[in-house]
Design a protein around this ligand. Structure first.
Ligand code: GDP
Ligand code: MG
Length: 143
């Protein structure tokens, strides 16, 4: 297994629930390291650009409305198999299908407000990390 980086977002619903720390704690306990992070309130343009692959989906307008409804935290997680490890910690897209103990099972109720985003492949991760962070904003963990 290779050391990878993946993009994670704590979405507006989970930030509003004051669950930032608990969710970041799950990443850390699983051995993923935060190597970059910021809090921001996405503009409509930022949210539309980030989710461009879903532009034709019927829920796109709702998704953009939700993602711009309050602040989010955006972080880069690094570790062995980070893309899959993060997706496993997140659980299924629909919290109703998410395995017990996953972030979505514990912090979300509906598919449209599902607590977290995580890159779905190393290719998406590279694009998504680049979407939010300049190279010099990523801090390799050397100690
Ligand atoms: P993910 O990779 O597990 O986040 O899921 P997708 O890439 O398929 O979808 C992106 C995001 O769009 C999801 O996390 C949801 O927030 C949202 N979404 C997906 N399907 C639906 C839906 O049927 N209705 C609504 N309102 N939002 C959805
Ligand atoms: Mg996705």
């Amino acid at each position: 297994m290779a050391v990878e980086r993946t993009l994670s977002i704590i979405k507006p619903d989970a930030v509003a629930k004051n669950a930032i720390g608990e969710i970041l704690g799950r990443f850390e306990k699983a051995g993923l390291k935060v190597v970059a992070m910021k809090m921001l309130h996405l503009s409509r343009e930022q949210a539309e650009g980030f989710y461009a692959e879903h532009k034709e989906r019927p829920f796109f307008g709702d998704l953009v409305g939700f993602m711009t409804s309050g602040p989010v935290t955006v972080q880069v997680l690094e570790g062995e198999d980070a893309v899959k490890k993060n997706r496993d910690l997140m659980g299924a897209t629909n919290p109703k299908d998410a395995e017990a103990g996953t972030i979505r099972a514990d912090f979300a109720e509906t598919i449209d407000e599902n607590a977290v985003h995580g890159s779905d492949s190393t290719e998406s991760a590279a694009r998504e990390v680049d979407y939010f962070f300049a190279d010099e904003e990523i801090c390799p963990r050397t100690r």
